[in-house]
Structure formats: structure tokens, C-alpha cells
Ligand binder design. Structure first.
Ligand SMILES: [Zn+2]
Length: 62
């Protein structure tokens, strides 16, 4: 089963809306990803249950 889901979020640096691919088979995850618009690092943290995103936060990572 593929639990990858695209999810819209806002970059904490440039405030552009970006689309993140979240792996919802993992109940809780946090990782650093570069913004595709401004290339700055952001810390993505989310929790998931039953294939749905419960909570998603994106913060500046540097
Ligand atoms: Zn950005």
C-alpha cells in the first residue's frame, strides 16, 4: 500500500505554498527539507494515523 500523500504547507522563510510528500505509514516523523522556492532549510514535523495527517508543522531549521 502506498501511503505517500502530497500535502500543502507554507515555507517559514519565503511564505510560498509548497507541496510536501508525506509518508503516512510512519506515525510520527520529523526531517529537514530544503524549500523548493528559496532553498532554505525547514524542519517538517508531522503525525499521522490511519493514512491521514493529524498534525503538520513547518519551522525554520537554521
Ligand atoms: Zn521558501
Amino acid at each position: 500500500m502506498n501511503l505517500l500523500q502530497g500535502c500543502d504547507a507554507q515555507c517559514p522563510h519565503c511564505w510560498q505554498t509548497i507541496n510536501l510528500s508525506l509518508d503516512l505509514s510512519v506515525p510520527e516523523q520529523s526531517y529537514v527539507e530544503d524549500c523548493p522556492v528559496c532553498c532554505k532549510s525547514m524542519l517538517v514535523t508531522y503525525t499521522a494515523a490511519d493514512g491521514e495527517v493529524l498534525e503538520l508543522t513547518v519551522e525554520a531549521a537554521d
